[in-house]
Ligand binder design. Structure first.
Ligand code: UDP
Length: 469
């Protein structure tokens, strides 16, 4: 067991929250933790060692958080090398299991009013083996799914072997849980093209469902209305609680004071530069483009996107992570400085909430998707892998709040196509309809998190069971 990072006075029932050490997984679990704390729970977020060494200040501010933080060893100090993904995942599993077991034992042996034994551990569904550790210590555990219900049910069917492995790109798939038919290439890439990935990675995703029958509660970062059919299908058979969108309260119901950002960051946002630049732009005039924290494009693809953005005659704000910057065409930043701002990381929520943003070219990570929905921003979907193709399908066909770029058989996006999509979303025949739909979904997400909304009720119910067993 390792030390406290930041400790708060005790109140109510105590729970632990254990995120998987990736930016896109920490963000929603932190937000969920803040919601639980705001309703009276004492919440300790466990930060694993590899992550804690990468966190940046002042982006990470433990003292101003309503949460308590505690660090445990996950087998790595600093950013782990993941060349052998199977070995990495196994090491993580062994070390986190040991550290958590020691921590829970310590809590039980030193049960004080300041540090009461936790009643429950909420853990990222990527780590289903946590349940065994927690139960060995006589406690309860509940997984937190960071992806949508549609994606989760697809993985569930794949885990059960309900999906044929001989499907091809344009084949249609009918799933009992998902009302409409899906094309194979709308499925998560680990399901549609598993052979492209290490076996251990596919297993990581599918194993989220390995102990489903043993669960008394599971949380999903979504809201009922977004995917009502699938949510109903899931809740009819599992104790599912939809508790999202897990994004800072300022951008939804505004009930959590000063809750403007997630609070922990692995990247340094160029906040002032972005906001000042956006302040000088007209409403709905800027294309915002970001591929999230992990996706990496080839040199040629970056060059083509650069060409398309340049041709589009729109202002654009492009997040090109430091590791990707050498893929930009020579002097591109300088050449486009009149109409573009290129940064290595931005405060995405603040950017999406800015009136100057006209559309979001996105890789369709689930957090980015939920953030854009919550802020009513039309999207241009350029999914890369994992759950992103399924999210793109929902953005275009289900919620009708954007378009999806057409790519060639190698997944390559041309400059003409990106330029075409930007026009289509910002000044095309369907611009108004897309914007109206985006506004509709923005209201619905807010309602879900407001007092008495579907997600708020689920959180309230869970907390009151812990506070008044
Ligand atoms: N993000 C950010 N600044 C950026 C790009 C991304 O703050 O410049 C945040 C974004 O708001 C989201 C997260 O990083 O919360 C990315 O998560 P997502 O699920 O969209 O994609 P992933 O990074 O997991 O692929």
């Amino acid at each position: 067991m390792e030390g406290e990072i930041y400790q708060k006075p005790s109140k109510g029932a105590h729970i632990l929250v254990l995120p998987y050490p990736l930016q896109g997984h920490i963000n929603p679990m932190l937000q969920f933790s803040k919601r639980l704390a705001s309703k009276g729970l004492q919440v300790t977020v466990i930060i694993t060692s590899s992550l804690s060494n990468q966190l940046l200040t002042p982006q990470t501010n433990f003292t101003s958080s309503p949460l308590e933080f505690l660090r445990i060893f996950d087998g790595f100090e600093g950013e782990p090398i993941k060349d052998d993904i199977e070995a990495y995942l196994e090491h993580l599993k062994v070390c986190i299991s040991e550290s958590l077991f020691e921590l829970l034992k310590h809590y039980k042996q030193n049960n004080t009013s300041l540090h009461p034994t936790p009643k429950m551990v909420i853990y990222d569904a990527f780590m289903p083996w946590i349940l065994e550790v927690v139960r060995k210590c006589g406690l309860e555990g509940a997984p937190f799914f960071t992806q949508s219900c549609v994606v989760n049910t697809i993985y569930y069917h794949a885990y059960n072997g309900d999906l044929s492995t001989s499907l091809r790109g344009s084949d249609l798939v009918s799933l009992p849980s998902v009302g409409s038919l899906l094309r194979v290439d709308d499925l998560p890439s680990f399901v549609s093209t598993p052979s492209l990935y290490p076996v251990a990675l596919v297993k990581l995703l599918l194993d989220q469902f390995s102990n489903l029958k043993e669960l008394n509660c599971l949380f999903v970062n979504t809201m009922d209305m977004l995917e009502i059919e699938v949510v109903n299908w899931m809740t009819n058979q599992w104790p599912v609680k939809t508790i999202g969108p897990c994004i800072p309260s300022t951008y939804l119901d505004k009930r959590l004071p000063d809750d403007k950002d997630y609070g922990l960051s692995l990247f340094e946002a160029q906040t002032n530069a972005c906001i000042q630049w956006l302040d000088a732009r007209e409403p709905a005039s800027v294309v915002y483009i970001s591929m999230g924290s992990m996706a990496s494009l080839g040199n040629e693809q970056m060059g083509e996107i650069a060409k398309g953005l340049d041709k589009s005659s729109k202002y654009f704000l492009w997040v090109v992570r430091a590791s990707e910057e050498n893929k930009l065409p020579l002097n591109f930043k300088e050449k486009t400085s009149q109409k573009a701002l290129i940064v290595s990381w931005c405060p995405q929520l603040e950017v999406l909430a800015h009136h100057a943003i006209g559309c979001f070219v996105t890789h369709c990570g689930w957090n980015s998707t939920l953030e854009a929905i919550s802020l009513g921003v039309p999207m241009i979907a350029f999914p890369q892998w994992t759950d992103q193709p399924t999210n793109a399908k929902c953005i275009v066909d289900h919620w009708k709040i954007g378009v999806r770029v057409r790519v060639d058989e190698n997944g390559f996006l041309s400059a003409d196509e990106i330029e075409f999509c930007i026009r289509e979303v910002m000044e095309g025949e369907f611009t108004k309809e897309i914007k109206n739909n985006a506004t509709k979904w923005r209201h619905l997400t807010r309602q879900a998190m407001e007092e008495g909304g579907s997600s708020d009720r689920n959180i309230e119910e869970f907390v009151s069971k812990l506070l008044h067993p």
